[in-house]
Structures are given as structure tokens and as C-alpha cells.
Design a protein around this ligand. Structure first.
Ligand code: 5GP
Ligand code: MG
Length: 187
């Protein structure tokens, strides 16, 4: 089995821990301003968004309910397969509720568009999208997030919950790995 390391597999840190924490605090204030005291049902897309959601959730000032879904489009590759599957859907009733969909990264937009369209069928009172990262140059469908942490260039990033083949989620910053790591892809 190949030997995996953590920090030493990183080529470049794109967004430091301190910048992420600052921005998440600002985002939670922006979201709070938007909803006032209305209760919001958060639906988070696992696994990539769990670290972001964990930090954001603690700072949101309004009443919330939390639900999650499991969706897949990437497998172990660094480019989108174009096929999106929802492995497990939400459990809470969404009709008449203010729904905020939280994901790690908006890339082609296919994943969030599929999820958004499914949620809209439930007739929520409102539906907004919050992402930590946005790669606007990669968009293939018409979808914009209402709350965005950072816009980043078209690079495959890891850390702060984002993985490469299920590894590197525990890096506390957003980073690009060394090219040889993306090439080796061991299980
Ligand atoms: P989309 O459907 O917008 O193309 O892809 C969204 C999903 O692809 C994200 O939720 C994320 O799981 C994955 N993804 C897209 N870009 C990246 C990236 O740069 N790094 C990682 N780790 N995952 C990504
Ligand atoms: Mg994801």
C-alpha cells in the first residue's frame, strides 16, 4: 500500500485557516441578516460540507433545523463524471419552510441543480444556496449560490472537509496537492 502523508503532500495553500474562520463568521452574519428570526431548515450535502457546516451552524443566529443528504458525482477522480446520484435524501418535511442548501463547492453546478430541483418540488417557502467555494469558470448549468465563501480558480482543491479519494479532509486549510499525488490514486 502506498504511503500517504498529510501536510507534506500539499503543493500550495490557497486559503489559510485564519481566512476561512474570518469568512465563515461574516457569512453567518450575512445569512442571519437575510432570515431575521425565521426558522431555517439547513440541508447539507455530505460528506464534503461537514466541516464547513459544523463551523457555520454554531454561528448562525436564527432558529434552525438540520438535515443532510448524500450525493455523489466525483468518485475518486478529479474531474466530474457528469452523472450525479442522490444516495440518501432528506428526512424532514420541507413544504412551506425556508430551506438553505449548504455544500462545500460549486463546480459545474450539476449536483446542486439536481438537488435544488428536487427540493423545489416539495414547495418550500424559500430556497437558497450557500457554498464555501465557487469555481465560476467551470459552470455548465444555470445555477448561482446566494451565499459564497470564496471564489477560486479552476484547480482541484482539498482540505476543510474536501477530499481526494476520501483523504485530506482533515487539513484545516484549502490547498492544492502535489501533481504526483493526483496521479497515483491508490485505494
Ligand atoms: P458539480 O456538480 O458542481 O460539478 O460538483 C460538485 C461536487 O464535486 C462538489 O460537491 C464536490 O464534492 C466535488 N468537487 C468539485 N470540485 C472539487 C474540488 O476542487 N475538490 C474536491 N475535493 N471536490 C470537488
Ligand atoms: Mg460534495
Amino acid at each position: 500500500m502506498a504511503k500517504h502523508r498529510l501536510h507534506s503532500d500539499v503543493e500550495r495553500v490557497l486559503i489559510t485557516e485564519a481566512r476561512i474562520h474570518r469568512r465563515v463568521r461574516q457569512l453567518s452574519r450575512e445569512i442571519g441578516k437575510c432570515y431575521g428570526n425565521d426558522e431555517v431548515t439547513l440541508i447539507t450535502v455530505l460528506n464534503g460540507s461537514m466541516v464547513f457546516l459544523g463551523e457555520l451552524l454554531q454561528r448562525l443566529p436564527m432558529p434552525t433545523r438540520l438535515d443532510s443528504i448524500v450525493a455523489h458525482s466525483y468518485g475518486t477522480h478529479t474531474t466530474s463524471s457528469g452523472r450525479v446520484r442522490i444516495r440518501r435524501g432528506w428526512q424532514l418535511p420541507l413544504k412551506g419552510r425556508h430551506v438553505l442548501l449548504v455544500d462545500d463547492i460549486l463546480d459545474t453546478g450539476r449536483t446542486l441543480k439536481l438537488i435544488r430541483d428536487r427540493i423545489l418540488r416539495e414547495r418550500p417557502a424559500s430556497l437558497r444556496v450557500c457554498v464555501l467555494l465557487d469555481k465560476p469558470t467551470r459552470r455548465e448549468v444555470d445555477l448561482q449560490a446566494d451565499f459564497i465563501g470564496f471564489q477560486i480558480p479552476d484547480k482541484f482543491v482539498v482540505g476543510y472537509g474536501l477530499d481526494f479519494a476520501e483523504r485530506y479532509r482533515n487539513l484545516p486549510y484549502i490547498a492544492v496537492l502535489k501533481p504526483q499525488i493526483y496521479r497515483q490514486r491508490s485505494p
